[in-house]
Ligand binder design. Structure first.
Ligand code: ZN
Length: 345
């Protein structure tokens, strides 16, 4: 009898308006079907898997499938997601990346461990200033010149020197689950650095240290810009990435496959020979429609592409760039992404 009644009470708690329990306490996914009865929070299936590995601090139960004793229901009622947020996320630094459900495992794992296991954001913690948080020294495995082997290298990050052009993002494409892509600009050239570390904590700490350094730079360069506008600029936003084929300036050259990244913030379409290349081969600035920029889904006159594949012509005041896409679907995606940059202010 208690089984059904307690389950109904728990579901009511999970759905209660304004309780914060209708979304996962860790990633924000709607309708969490699991709970940590040790922490008193409602969580999604994905995050419950991470909690299961932390028996010291958490205990996972299914809302629907497990038996809930009356005293546990009472405990959940007295705690819940809003309570946990106030306690465990009291002092999350503004630059700290809070992962969503679509982010890779290492980011979600470390967010949960930082919160509950290490208590990094408790009210009792002294807030780190972004400048000291943006300094870091240590060893990372760096992808070497041949793009095949990793070598152990010493890295130094200093918020005060030259890091304002660094961006970082978690990657799995290098074949390592604790991988990091660091993109930076030096003498007008976009460069990538691919690194990893055996420890998930170490790589996420590097990721957030780079964010802290960039945050510090933005804060000092744009002191009057409000914080909510600065935060999205911490991470370089590649609106789209993928392969296309391009020809040269005469438009008679052989089409070559390149890896393209569209940076919507800097309005640049950057291309690399391979996705893991250190240096960009080139980049195309994308201005506004009023300035004469345009994308079309056909070829310019006199240009001839051998393959019967969907094409994109990017018109700039200087020249026309022709790209061949892998499929109609990819062509649509690239055109939409390029059009968004052309129409953005
Ligand atoms: Zn979740």
């Amino acid at each position: 009898m208690d089984y059904e009644r307690n389950k109904a009470l728990l579901l009511e708690l999970q759905r209660a308006a304004g309780s914060g329990n209708d979304r996962c306490a860790d990633c924000g996914d709607p309708d969490p079907e699991w709970a940590s009865c040790k922490l008193g929070i409602f969580i999604c299936l994905n995050c419950s898997g991470i909690h299961r590995d932390l028996p010291e601090i958490s205990r996972v139960k299914s809302i629907r499938l497990d038996f809930w004793e009356g005293n546990l229901i009472e405990f959940m009622r007295n705690h819940g997601n809003l309570w946990a947020k106030a306690k465990f996320e009291a002092k999350v630094p503004p630059y700290y990346y809070i992962p969503k459900s679509c982010d890779c495992l290492v980011l979600r794992q470390q967010w949960i461990r930082a919160k509950y296991e290490r208590g990094e954001f408790l009210d009792t913690q002294v807030c780190q200033d972004p400048c000291s948080a943006g300094s870091r020294e240590g060893c990372l495995w760096k992808l070497g010149k041949g793009r095949k082997q990793f070598q152990k290298r010493q890295f130094l990050l200093s918020a005060r020197e030259g890091v304002m052009k660094y961006y970082s993002k978690e990657v799995e494409k290098i074949g390592h689950s604790h991988g990091l892509q660091i993109t930076y600009i030096t003498e007008g050239q976009t460069r990538n650095l691919f690194v990893y570390h055996e420890s998930g904590k170490e790589i996420v700490d590097w990721f957030n240290a780079i964010r802290a350094a960039r945050y510090h730079y933005l804060k000092t360069t744009f002191p009057n810009v409000p914080e909510p506008e600065l935060i999205p600029r911490i991470t370089r936003n590649f609106a789209k990435e993928g392969y296309m084929e391009k020809t040269g300036p005469k438009q008679k050259e052989v089409f070559k496959v390149r890896w393209f990244c569209l940076d919507s913030q800097e309005r640049n379409l950057i291309y690399f020979k391979n996705p893991l290349d250190e240096c960009a081969r080139g980049q195309v600035f994308i201005g506004r429609r009023e300035e004469g920029y345009e994308v079309r889904d056909d070829l310019p006159q006199k240009v001839w592409a051998k393959k019967k594949k969907p094409v994109i012509t990017l018109v700039t005041p200087v020249r026309e760039f022709v790209f061949i896409c892998e499929s109609d679907w990819k062509q649509r995606e690239w055109m939409d992404a390029l059009n968004r940059v052309i129409t953005q202010l």
